[in-house]
Design a protein around this ligand. Structure first.
Ligand code: ZN
Length: 176
């Protein structure tokens, strides 16, 4: 597949109707797409972090997504986090929302969120929020429909894999 082939194909995603927390997903689809498009257009924490003491680079050759995640880890807490790079709407929005979700969390909480997010989009066995003791995925659930699109799963999880690599001092990762 050509690099960048899935760019701007967000509108081709169709969610099948299923229910979550009593809502009909098809009714939420438009709202979810708006959230993703908003983060794509105005990514949060999109800059190089000069005070970073951890960073990692992630690459998804299937789509051409490429980003660097910067972390300032102090006493096992994520004090600051940012990213830069380029990629499709899903990867950019996922990175933007990942930085918001992880900022201020402990390393352990960040790793738990990574597992929960991965479980949600990749369809692994999900750990329940009660079990994990985290405050949950919150608005990250906008990515739940991605699980039906295996190519897109890599776009959505790339920023999380890269954050995980940065936390654990692994410099470069690829989804392949
Ligand atoms: Zn992508």
């Amino acid at each position: 597949m050509e690099a960048g082939v899935c760019r701007d194909k967000l509108t081709t995603i169709h969610y099948s109707p299923f229910t979550i927390h009593g809502f009909n997903m098809s009714e939420l689809t438009e709202l979810y797409q708006q959230v993703i498009l908003d983060h794509n257009k105005k990514p949060r924490n999109f800059r190089k972090l000069e005070t970073a003491n951890h960073s990692a680079e992630g690459f998804n050759p299937l789509c051409g997504d490429h980003l660097t995640v910067y972390l300032n880890l102090e006493e096992d807490a994520v004090k600051e986090i940012s990213f830069e790079g380029s990629g499709c709407a899903i990867s950019k929005a996922a990175a933007s929302m990942m930085t918001q979700a992880v900022k201020g969390k402990s390393k352990q909480q960040a790793e738990t969120l990574f597992k929960e997010f991965h479980g949600m989009v990749a369809g692994d066995d999900e750990i329940s929020e009660e079990e994990s003791g985290s405050d949950g995925l919150g608005n990250l659930r906008v990515f739940s429909g991605v699980r039906e699109f295996p190519v897109r799963v890599k776009c959505a999880t790339l920023p999380w894999h890269t954050m995980h690599a940065a936390l654990n001092n692994r410099g470069l990762i690829s989804t392949e």
